[in-house]
Ligand binder design. Structure first.
Ligand code: AMP
Ligand code: ZN
Length: 113
């Protein structure tokens, strides 16, 4: 298994896991860009958003709802937070296993860089 986040999900690589179930894993980003910076991934390997099929609609919905729940549990729901999927080179995607960034705890600039 060569994919970094497949290996995190399989616990072959240590991560600071904040949530897991049979379909998703969420863990703290190793290089946080905000006081809260969690990545929510599916256990199933999907390389980019371009590779999503209709069969993943439920899974992506679960990822987004889980990100919102993690933000709420961290106390960020009312003040706000950001969720981001980067796709391919122009967006700076570096790990080719889809992941939802959940960022909060500071004022986030817009438009993003
Ligand atoms: P992206 O640029 O959207 O592909 O985001 C990849 C993210 O994964 C970056 O924010 C990295 O800091 C993060 N990252 C890379 N390796 C690890 C790891 N082993 N554990 C946790 N986060 C990681
Ligand atoms: Zn993978």
């Amino acid at each position: 298994m060569s994919c970094l986040f497949c290996r995190v999900a399989a616990k072959e690589i240590p991560a600071s896991i904040v949530y897991e179930d049979d379909r998703l894993v969420a863990f703290n980003d190793i290089n946080p860009q905000a006081p809260m910076h969690v990545l929510v991934i599916p256990r199933r390997h999907i390389a980019t958003l371009n590779d999503l099929g209709m069969d993943a609609d439920g899974l992506v919905g679960e990822m987004v709802r889980r990100g919102a729940a993690i933000a709420e549990e961290g106390g960020y729901a009312a003040r706000g937070y950001r969720t981001v999927f980067n796709c391919n080179a122009d967006a700076g995607q570096t790990v080719f296993h889809i992941h939802l960034h959940v960022l909060g705890g500071r004022r986030l600039g817009w438009p993003p860089g």
